[in-house]
Write a protein that binds this ligand. Structure first.
Ligand code: UDP
Length: 233
């Protein structure tokens, strides 16, 4: 099948791997991984940036030094990355975790040329530790890596099926948005990602698709360039 995108980068929050009881729930991991493997098997190169919010976010450490709290958050992303790697490799797809903070006993450091070689060798790549810097988020990490690897699209997995003009949980008349510009997202404060990340995508012309991860097959459809969620260009 001819696909619109050759290389996609998926950003999933750590929360997407949790069922509310277990921080990493096998059923949730399976839901994501099955779709990632299907995308990979259809010939699309897949990179993943995973968050760490199911364990820890820097802002949780209110009384702590912010840099320390953010380092803890970045370490949390590594646990999620390893869980995803394990589940993907069990399905027969070679996968490499690359970390922005060096921990060579656990995973490879992020080196762009190496990441590109992994794609050539038909491996999936999971980027952990976001940007490697405190005061950022894994959304920024996703925008940064998407620019570096020249991803054709950034797929933002959310717990809601698309962007809305206001919060549909509070306003039943909230209208679903099919298409938006980066500036509209920023100006109307649409709940997509932090401003640093949207700006980075805008400056590097990376289209973003915001879609609901819970919807069956939505991730696969988004990666194949089918109409799903909201596209931001
Ligand atoms: N973090 C950071 N720099 C980065 C990426 C992440 O300091 O480049 C820290 C930050 O504390 C953040 C935590 O790691 O709260 C987990 O990432 P995030 O909140 O983006 O995870 P998600 O909400 O997507 O699960």
């Amino acid at each position: 099948m001819k696909c619109k995108y050759k290389r996609v980068l998926l950003k999933i929050s750590g929360g997407a791997l949790s069922d509310g009881v277990d921080s990493i729930a096998p059923s949730m991991v399976e839901h994501v991984v099955n779709q990632l493997v299907e995308i990979h098997n259809s010939g699309i190169e897949v990179a993943v940036v995973v968050g760490g919010g199911n364990f820890w976010r820097g802002r949780d450490g209110k009384a702590m030094d912010r840099t320390t709290a953010d380092h803890m958050g970045m370490l949390a992303t590594v646990m999620n990355a390893l869980a995803l790697q394990d589940a993907i490799e069990k399905k027969g797809v070679q996968t490499r975790v690359m970390t922005a903070l060096s921990m060579p006993a656990v995973a490879e450091p992020f080196i762009l040329r190496r990441a590109l070689t992994h794609f050539e060798k038909k491996r999936m790549v999971i980027f952990a530790c976001g940007t490697g810097n405190p005061y950022f988020t894994t959304d920024s990490g996703a925008a940064l890596r998407a620019a570096e690897i020249k991803a054709d699209v950034l797929l933002m997995a959310k717990n809601i099926d698309a962007l809305y003009c206001s919060d549909p949980r509070k306003n039943p008349n909230a209208k679903k948005i099919e298409k938006a510009t980066y500036l509209e997202v920023i100006k109307n404060n649409l709940n997509l990602m932090d401003l640093t990340s949207v700006t980075m995508c805008m400056e590097n012309n990376i289209p973003i698709i915001s879609f609901g991860l819970k919807e069956k097959g939505a991730l696969v459809r988004a990666a194949r360039g089918e109409k799903v969620g909201t596209i931001i260009t």
